[in-house]
Design a protein around this ligand. Structure first.
Ligand SMILES: [Zn+2]
Ligand SMILES: [Zn+2]
Length: 408
């Protein structure tokens, strides 16, 4: 396509897509350099915060009443890896087809929102108009690697973060395949449970009682029965009360380990009953479930003698943002969308985002990516976003963010 005719904001977006912030070796220095250059060009005050170990780019537009609670626009700059062979184009070339679909890793998750937030900040600064509250932007690393990251999870516990004095955070949502837009007000808690069973050994030709595998199987079966219940309530819900994935607890057996290997080969001793067997589960729990009670449930499942469990991922707290008339941020957000004839659907995010760290501090957070009429392709091959949808997203944010920042 002839790039001369391209909208300048689309060009900036495509430049940002080309920066290799994909794991496992994200180039954060290049993304930081890009953001800093843009901040300078747009006259947005900025700083690069490095205390958590990787650079976080912060931008700030001071309000008329800087003591009021502020608004934070948070976005992560890292992206998940892309399997080149499964893509029809180079996932880091930001290739655009004739209809304006831009293909690239991060087009939906979430380099689009990074650049839309940046453009909103530029327009506010350029307008010369002072807003009531202070507006902060944070561009963080390591969202995609969860617990081991040096991004938001660590940043929220710093003095720097506390000083931002945040009243509301906007962060990523998901694309919507329909004409509606989705807003997320909570997430499911990711719990990864590792269960170990120990039991009696013996020769494979005998009826040995109380073996590790037997005990583990009993527990696995109980947990898979629970999985089936949840699956059915989701399936049932699609016809009855509109239950979505974010409303139920999902549970998958993702690790299974037993058997006595012969030396260090791939062969096993088929005639030896192993004394130990292990299983791992990926469990995602909606914020409507009491986590203490669910922990008791896991203890009950693993109560049999010889069984024990530990967490590979565990969060004890999973706050959600209340969407009622007491939440003035939500009323303001809704009102802005209504004025633009935008139909909002509210949901629990089926996976995890940085919003959970914010909500667990008691700060409300909305997950919202202004992408509609687009298939959900985050983390998928051939992830794309149409340039018109991207540009409309900037206008949508312009219809929402200044109102939030000007809120009484
Ligand atoms: Zn994301
Ligand atoms: Zn992601």
């Amino acid at each position: 396509m002839n790039s001369i005719q391209e909208n300048e904001h689309v060009t900036v977006f495509r430049e940002f897509l080309k920066i290799r912030t994909d794991h496992p070796t994200p180039d954060y220095e290049s993304s930081t350099k890009f953001l800093v250059e843009k901040a300078k060009e747009y006259n947005i005050p900025y700083e690069v915060y490095r205390e958590t170990g990787t650079p976080i780019v912060l931008m700030k537009i001071e309000g008329l009443e800087p003591n009021l609670k502020t608004v934070l626009l948070n976005s992560h700059v890292d992206v998940v890896p892309a399997v080149h062979d499964s893509w029809k184009v180079d996932p880091f070339s930001a290739w655009k087809d004739e209809s304006g679909n831009i293909f690239g890793r991060g087009t939906q998750d979430m380099k689009c929102v990074c650049m839309q937030f940046l453009e909103v900040a530029r327009r506010i600064v350029q307008s010369g108009q002072k807003l009531k509250r202070t507006l902060h932007l944070s561009f963080v690393p390591d969202e995609e690697i969860g617990g081991s990251g040096k991004g938001m999870e660590k940043f929220v516990y710093t003095e720097k973060f506390r000083q931002l004095n945040i009243g509301l955070c906007l962060d990523e949502g998901l694309a919507s395949p329909t004409n509606d837009f989705t807003v997320f007000y909570g997430e499911r808690a990711p719990w990864w449970v590792h269960i170990t069973a120990v039991g009696n050994a013996g020769h494979g030709s005998r009826f040995i009682e109380g073996t590790a595998i037997e005990k583990l199987m009993r527990t696995i079966n109980k947990m898979l029965a629970f999985r089936q219940e949840q699956f059915e309530s989701l399936h049932h819900g699609q016809h009855e009360c509109g239950k979505k994935l974010g409303d139920v607890t999902s549970l998958n057996l993702t690790v299974l380990k037993a058997g006595i290997p012969i030396d260090h080969s791939n062969n096993f001793s088929y005639n030896v009953i192993p004394t130990q067997a292990e299983a791992g589960f990926d469990i995602r729990i909606p914020p409507t479930v009491n986590l203490d009670q669910f922990l008791d449930q896991i203890k009950e499942w693993t109560a049999e003698e010889g069984l024990s469990f530990k967490f590979a991922s565990y969060i004890p707290k999973n706050e959600m943002t209340k969407l009622d008339s007491d939440n003035k941020w939500w009323e303001n957000f809704k009102e802005s969308c209504k004025k633009m004839d935008i139909n909002l659907v509210t949901e629990i995010f089926p996976a995890a985002t940085d919003s959970r760290f914010i909500r667990n501090l008691g700060i409300p957070a909305f997950g919202f990516s202004p992408i509609n009429n687009t298939p959900i392709l985050l983390h998928d091959h051939n992830e794309f976003l149409n340039e018109k949808v991207y540009l409309r997203g900037i206008d949508i944010f312009m219809g929402i963010i200044p109102n939030l920042v000007n809120m009484e």
